[in-house]
Design a protein around this ligand. Structure first.
Ligand code: ADP
Ligand code: MG
Length: 404
C-alpha cells in the first residue's frame, strides 16, 4: 500500500506542517491511514497524527471525517464529552501524492487491548460501569447535541485516556545524530505511556502465572482483573471515519459484523439506535471477555442468518412485523416470521448465560441483564437513548455491592 495513492511512508523524526509536528513512533493503522505519535513543537505536547492515503476517494473520506471532527471539537470547548478531539488538520505532499492529515489528541490503548490483557476473562463490573458511562456520555453528545451516528462502535474504537507524557525528551527533528541509529533502538528510547507499560508488565506476570499453574506449581490464580486495579478508566470514542449525519445516512451496510444491529441486516432503515445496539454488545464483551454475537456461515445458511438466529436465541423471537418489514426480510424469513433455513433455536437469556457460562453471581447477572435487555430491543425506536441509559440505576450502584 506504500505506492501512489496509498500510505505515506514516515520515518521517525520526519516533520509535518512546516516543522510543527515531529513523528515519534507508529501508533496504529487502519484501512485508510497510518497513525503516528507526533510531538507538537508549538504546544510542547504529544498528538496523534493520522495520515490518510492519497487517492481521491481517501481524500474525500478524510474531508468528511474532518467535517464531523470539527463539529465535535467546536461544541465541546471544555473537552468533557468523551469523544476524541481534533487539534488541527493540513495537507502533506509526499512521493505517493497529497495526503490529508488529521492532528488528534493523543490517547492510550483501546479497551480491546484491555480485554486481551485481562486474558479475555471480563473486567470487574465496577470498571465496566466506568467505561459504559464514558461511552454513553460520548454517544449522548454525538446523538442528541450533534445529530451524528457513529456507525462503528466497538471495543477497538474506544481508547483509554493517556495520562502521562510518552517521553520527557521527544525526538525534535531530523537530521540529528539520532538519525544514525536504528528505528528499533529509537523505539526503545521512547518510553511507552504509563498505562500501556503497567498493563504489559501485569499481563506478562499473569501469563507466567497461568503457565506455572499449568505445571501445577501454584494453586488458584487471583481473580484476573485485580491485575488492572488502580487504573483510572476514563476513555473516549474514536474513529469517526464512518460516522454520518443522521439526516444524511451514507452507506447501507454499516457497522462491524459482531456489533451490527438487526435493522441493518434486515435493511429496514437505521438511525441512532444502531449505536445503542453496538454499545450493548461492547458492554457485554467488557464484562465477559467474549463477543456477544460471533456469527458464522454454516451448511445451508449464511452468516446473516446465523446472526439473526443467535440474536433470537438470546433475546427472544423477533416480532413478526419487524422480521418481515425490511428490504432483505424475504431472504431470511418466511411470511410467518420464522427463519427459513434455521428451524430449531435453543432459547436462553442474557442473565442465564451470565450465570451458567460466565459464572456471574445471580444478583450481578440479573442486574446487568436488566440494564442490557431494553437496549437489545428488536424495535429500534423502543431502545433507550444514551441519555436514558445514563440515568439507569445500574450505572449508579454503590461500588461495594459488586465486589465479589
Ligand atoms: P482508520 O480510519 O484508518 O481505521 P483509526 O482512526 O481507526 O484509522 O486509527 C487507526 C489506529 O490508530 C487505531 O486503531 C489506534 O490504534 C490508533 N489511533 C487512532 N487515533 C488515535 C489517538 N487519538 N491516539 C492514539 N492512538 C490512536
Ligand atoms: Mg479504524
Amino acid at each position: 500500500s506504500y505506492r501512489k495513492g496509498g500510505y505515506h511512508a514516515v520515518r521517525i523524526g520526519d516533520s509535518f506542517a512546516s516543522g510543527r509536528f515531529i513523528a515519534q513512533r507508529k501508533l496504529g493503522w487502519g484501512q485508510f491511514s497510518t497513525v503516528w505519535l507526533a510531538y507538537d513543537t508549538q504546544t510542547s505536547k504529544y498528538v496523534a497524527l493520522k495520515i490518510q492515503k492519497s487517492a481521491p476517494e481517501f481524500v474525500q473520506a478524510a474531508l468528511h471525517e474532518i467535517e464531523i471532527l470539527s463539529a465535535i471539537v467546536e461544541n465541546d470547548p471544555k473537552n468533557e464529552k468523551c469523544v476524541v478531539q481534533l487539534v488541527d488538520h493540513f495537507k502533506h505532499r509526499g512521493p505517493n501524492g497529497q495526503h490529508s492529515c488529521m492532528v488528534l489528541e493523543f490517547l492510550g490503548d483501546s479497551i480491546l487491548h484491555l480485554i486481551r490483557y485481562n486474558r479475555y476473562k471480563g473486567l470487574n463490573l465496577i470498571k465496566v460501569r466506568e467505561i459504559c458511562r464514558c461511552i454513553l456520555t460520548g454517544l449522548d453528545y454525538l446523538h442528541r447535541e450533534l445529530g451524528i451516528i457513529h456507525t462503528d462502535l466497538k471495543p477497538e474504537n474506544i481508547l483509554l485516556l493517556s495520562t502521562i507524557n510518552p517521553s520527557k525528551d521527544p525526538i525534535r527533528s531530523r537530521p540529528t545524530p539520532i538519525l544514525e541509529r536504528s528505528e528499533a533502538s529509537l523505539k526503545g528510547e521512547v518510553a511507552v505511556n504509563a498505562i500501556e507499560k503497567k498493563l504489559k508488565q501485569r499481563a506478562k506476570r499473569a501469563v507466567a502465572k497461568i503457565a506455572a499453574e499449568r505445571r501445577g506449581a501454584i494453586g488458584a490464580v487471583a481473580k484476573p482483573d485485580r491485575c488492572l486495579d488502580g487504573i483510572d478508566f476514563r476513555c473516549k470514542i474514536v474513529d469517526l471515519g464512518n460516522a454520518c449525519w443522521a439526516n444524511k445516512p451514507i452507506a447501507e451496510e454499516i457497522q462491524t459484523r459482531q456489533y451490527r444491529a438487526p435493522e441493518v441486516i434486515l435493511q429496514s432503515g437505521y438511525s441512532f439506535p444502531v449505536d445503542m445496539w453496538s454499545f450493548a454488545c461492547t458492554a457485554f464483551e467488557l464484562a465477559t471477555g467474549e463477543m456477544m454475537f460471533a456469527p458464522k456461515p454454516g451448511q445451508g445458511f449464511s452468516e446473516d442468518e446465523d446472526h439473526l438466529a443467535l440474536m433470537m436465541e438470546l433475546l427472544g423471537k423477533i416480532p413478526r412485523k419487524i422480521a418481515i418489514g425490511g428490504l432483505r426480510s424475504k431472504d431470511y424469513f418466511d411470511r410467518h416470521g420464522d427463519l427459513k433455513r434455521i428451524r430449531r433455536l435453543k432459547y436462553s437469556s442474557i442473565s442465564r448465560l451470565l450465570v451458567d457460562k460466565f459464572k456471574f453471581q445471580e444478583t450481578d447477572a440479573r442486574e446487568f441483564a436488566e440494564f442490557l435487555n431494553p437496549i437489545f430491543d428488536f424495535a429500534p425506536d423502543k431502545r433507550p437513548t444514551a441519555q436514558q441509559c445514563l440515568r439507569h440505576p445500574w450505572l449508579h450502584q454503590a461500588a461495594a455491592k459488586t465486589v465479589a
